[in-house]
Ligand binder design. Structure first.
Ligand SMILES: NC(=O)C1=CN([C@@H]2O[C@H](COP(=O)(O)OP(=O)(O)OC[C@H]3O[C@@H](n4cnc5c(N)ncnc54)[C@H](O)[C@@H]3O)[C@@H](O)[C@H]2O)C=CC1
Ligand SMILES: O=C([O-])CC(=O)C(=O)O
Length: 256
């Protein structure tokens, strides 16, 4: 039985717990203290709630971050320094280039999950031949942008038709929208980097989906990908596919 340490106990973590493959168990959950009683009760003491991954007395086969960019900054380096395997879904944390360097030099094994988008394998392959242009657009409902920096750029309650409210680099997008624009960072890391990946963020009152549009041009030719994802019912910011990419990481663990 492979044992996973989850970081986070929100919408994505719940989806992962519900779909956990056979031969994989959650051993520890790093969560806010307010969640600890609920974790103990739900798993009848079989899962240890922690406030810090380093309080773990065992050795997890995988540490699966499903929490926030802030959690990656807080725990990522220490987890990797222990020689553990860390899979990160809050990839936008790497928009902080100093943190990126520390994570890459810490040892262990760092996996960046594809999250809510597809095509990262093709993008990375295309990079081998040279890329000329990578653009990424995210289109979500007003509910998905609520509570984010978007509220300072646009009146979400008054939007009548689809509107772009942010244009900039992947680095800016990932840092300004930490719960909404990790895909911008994922695309950047697979392609032309944080500063050269152009990003548009759009609010669309007519949609209930999270739509990711990727356009890539390079020596290989070009590709255009549009992925229209259903958000998790418990968090409209987060696409179901992002949670499924974390489940996939658990399945790969079960198979190795
Ligand atoms: N790469 C991608 O495609 C995507 C990445 N994400 C990332 O996944 C994260 C989680 O998504 P959801 O579960 O939907 O969010 P959520 O807001 O429902 O849950 C996040 C949970 O993590 C906990 N948390 C945050 N920072 C923590 C810390 N430092 N220590 C302990 N617990 C901490 C929160 O208390 C909360 O329980 C998002 O914040 C975002 O960074 C989300 C969607 C797509
Ligand atoms: O789940 C999504 O659709 C994308 C998302 O929140 C992110 O990129 O952080």
């Amino acid at each position: 039985m492979k044992k996973v340490m989850l970081i986070g106990y929100g919408a994505m973590a719940q989806a992962v717990i519900e779909r956990l493959p056979a031969n994989v168990a959650i051993g520890w959950i790093v969560a806010r203290e307010s969640h600890h009683q609920a974790i103990l009760a739900r798993f009848h003491g079989d899962v240890t709630p922690l406030v810090d991954p380093l309080a773990c007395e065992g050795v997890p086969d995988l540490v699966l971050e499903c929490a926030s960019q802030q959690a990656v900054a807080q725990y990522g380096e220490a987890v990797l320094r222990r020689g553990w395997h860390l899979a990160v879904v809050s990839t936008g944390a790497l928009a902080d280039s100093e943190l990126e360097t520390r994570l890459l030099n810490a040892g262990g094994k760092l996996t960046l999950l594809a999250g809510a988008v597809a095509g990262i394998d093709g993008l990375s392959a295309a990079k081998e031949g040279g890329l000329q242009r990578v653009t990424y657009q995210s289109r979500k409902s007003p509910a998905s942008w609520r509570g984010s920096y978007a509220e300072q750029l646009i009146d979400l309650g008054a939007v009548k038709e689809a509107q772009i409210f942010f244009e900039g680099s992947a680095r800016e997008a990932a840092r300004l929208f930490p719960a909404n624009a990790n895909v911008a960072a994922t695309v950047a890391l697979g392609g032309v980097g944080m500063d050269d990946t152009r990003v548009q963020l759009m609010v669309d009152p007519a949609t209930k989906r999270n739509t990711h549009t990727l356009h890539v041009e390079g020596l290989f030719g070009e590709f255009h990908l549009e992925l229209s994802g259903l958000p998790l019912a418990s968090n409209p910011k987060t696409s179901t596919l992002a949670a499924l990419s974390a489940v996939r990481a658990c399945r790969e663990l079960a198979q190795c």
